[in-house]
Ligand binder design. Structure first.
Ligand SMILES: [Zn+2]
Ligand SMILES: [Zn+2]
Length: 330
């Protein structure tokens, strides 16, 4: 909590609650910002996301490979020929957010642009460009956000400068202009995204369902970690909406933006942890979402502890800071 208060002084770098730690700790050499095609050659591949192991942080950052810039600050996991998960690892930022790239025949969508990094997101943007080029279909890119916290929007400026790219900013006004309804569908040609408004963690939060992978991407609203809730009533309603959606649509995995839980049920890594050797799986299940929905139906605003996640209402200070940032960045 002290960290949250400290960073509040500098609005430009603030991020709240589940996004509480804004401290960037890049330990790689400056050569790291230079992108090379070998990043893509080294990417992981597979559909068994429940077994996916990501860079653990600290020890791996300090390894010889990292010092020689052989490893990247971003890990790329290819799910199928046109779907990628890219994680900004803990060598770059303790938040270690996940970004999702879904490529289509007529349009491509990137969900989130990452947390603060030493190179301002340049390496990440180049990775996205390379993957789009490699796919060889549309060059059009639409950049969306899971919500308006700075650990998901740090690369926006770079993407805004690219040709063939539209960035839907995460602020209140841009959000309201783009998302007219509670549910918005976005056609990419051979796949369709369904974007569902899910306020609660943050006012401009959404979940994204992809018809091709059948992923349900839930941002900071639902992931293996501490789920900070700003508005309890809205959150409860949003989780009920997602639960209902999962009862009517096939879902392969529910995937959020962070991993904070250990593989040991109920154990959570400290906020700002730079080393997580035994992370829980990133993949959440419909059963776990259903369990949360049922828990919320029977409880008033309070901390809820589950083996796979912890629900934590924001306190008054956290809510106030969130309001200030939302106002300042709109
Ligand atoms: Zn957040
Ligand atoms: Zn976050």
């Amino acid at each position: 909590m002290k960290k949250i208060i400290a960073v509040a002084i500098a609005f430009s770098s603030i991020s709240l609650a589940a996004c509480a730690n804004t401290q960037s700790k890049t330990q790689a050499s400056e050569n790291h910002v230079a992108f090379s095609a070998s990043h893509i050659e080294r990417m992981d591949f597979g559909k068994d996301l429940q077994y996916k192991h990501w860079n653990s942080g600290k020890d791996e950052c300090e390894s010889r490979l990292m010092k020689e810039s052989i490893l990247s600050n971003y890990e790329i996991h290819q799910y199928d020929e046109s779907s990628y998960i890219i994680r900004q690892n803990k060598c770059s930022n303790a938040e270690a957010p996940m970004m999702y790239l879904m490529l289509g025949e007529h349009k491509n969508v990137l969900l989130d642009t990452g947390a603060k990094s030493e190179d301002g997101g340049r390496e990440f943007a180049h990775i996205v460009q390379k993957l789009i080029h490699k796919h060889g279909r549309s060059e059009q890119l639409l950049v969306l956000h899971s919500h308006h916290h700075s650990d998901h929007t740090a690369g926006d400026e770079i993407f805004s400068s690219f040709e063939n790219t539209e960035v839907v900013e995460a602020g209140k006004k841009a959000f309201a202009d783009f998302y007219k309804d509670d549910i918005t569908t976005i056609a990419l040609g051979d796949r369709e995204l369904t974007v569902i408004k899910t306020p609660g963690h943050q006012e401009e939060a959404v979940a994204v369902y992809d018809s091709k992978t059948q992923w349900l991407l839930t941002g900071d609203s639902f992931y293996p970690g501490v789920l900070y809730v700003k508005n309890w009533k809205d959150y409860k309603h949003s989780i009920a909406k997602l639960h209902s959606f999962t009862q009517n649509n096939p879902v392969s995995f529910i995937l959020g933006s962070h991993i904070e839980m250990s593989a040991e049920p109920g154990k959570v890594y400290e906020i700002g942890s730079l080393y997580q050797p035994q992370e829980a799986s990133m993949a959440m299940t419909v059963e776990q979402l259903t369990a949360l929905h049922q828990q919320l139906q029977n409880t008033d605003e309070q901390r809820l502890v589950n083996g796979a996640y912890i629900v934590q209402p924001m306190n008054g200070l956290q809510k106030s800071l969130s309001n200030i940032v939302r106002w300042a960045k709109n």
